[in-house]
Write a protein that binds this ligand. Structure first.
Ligand SMILES: Nc1nc2c(ncn2[C@@H]2O[C@H](COP(=O)(O)OP(=O)(O)O)[C@@H](O)[C@H]2O)c(=O)[nH]1
Ligand SMILES: [Mg+2]
Length: 190
């Protein structure tokens, strides 16, 4: 979080984390579309897979201009150095889960990766605003919500269902993480 009190601007960094192909870029694309923005994407040469994506969103609250810089991480392990770089200075995280049954072990394992990434910068899961999004609810092999909430969750963190490809749950997810960040900011400024 960066506060520029002379201009009344507060900057937050939000990172969409989660396994490869869970729908992080799709979330960002929808957020960009809804607010008429372009996504700045960094593609790898060989694959369609994006290294990371970036957009910013502005919101006015209590006389402040809040700027959210929104990033996605690359989920593939070969890009772990880029993932760690993207995670630097993250104020809030949206953890995007692929609801497909066959990807359950990867999703679970990636929660540990998120913990490690936070620890690298002296943060932890408890004190970091995190929202868990169960994406791809439209898949025929999507696990029941109760199972995901038991198997891929973090104590005290909000969860939300989504079909990002149809834009469902995308704004709701972003609003949840925004609210959590605002709450933290209000506590800080008193
Ligand atoms: N069926 C389904 N496919 C999705 C959904 N969200 C994303 N996808 C697809 O999943 C693939 C990976 O999405 P992408 O956003 O690139 O994943 P990322 O690697 O996490 O950034 C793409 O083919 C998307 O169209 C969803 O809600 N349902
Ligand atoms: Mg992506």
């Amino acid at each position: 979080m960066i506060i520029d009190s002379s201009k009344g601007i507060v900057r937050f960094k939000v990172v969409y984390h989660g396994i490869a192909l869970s729908g992080k870029t799709t979330n960002i694309d929808q957020l960009a579309k809804n607010s008429g923005l372009d996504v700045l994407s960094f593609d790898t040469k060989e694959e369609r897979t994006l290294v990371f994506d970036f957009i910013t969103r502005k919101v006015k609250v209590d006389g402040f201009t809040l700027t959210f810089s929104i990033y996605t991480i690359p989920g593939q392990d070969i890009y772990r150095d880029i993932r760690k770089m993207v995670m630097r200075g993250a104020d809030g995280v949206v953890f995007v889960v692929d609801s497909s049954e066959r990807r359950l072990p990867e999703n679970k394992e990636f929660l540990r990766v998120l913990e490690e990434d936070l620890r690298l910068y002296g943060k932890d899961v408890e004190s970091t605003p995190i929202v868990i999004q169960y994406n791809k609810r439209d898949l025929p092999d999507a696990l029941p919500l109760e199972i995901l909430q038991r198997e891929v969750s973090l104590p005290g963190k909000k969860t939300v269902e989504a079909v990002a490809i149809q834009g469902k749950g995308v704004e709701e997810t972003f609003n949840l993480i925004m609210e959590e960040l605002l709450e933290k900011f209000r506590k800080m400024v008193g």
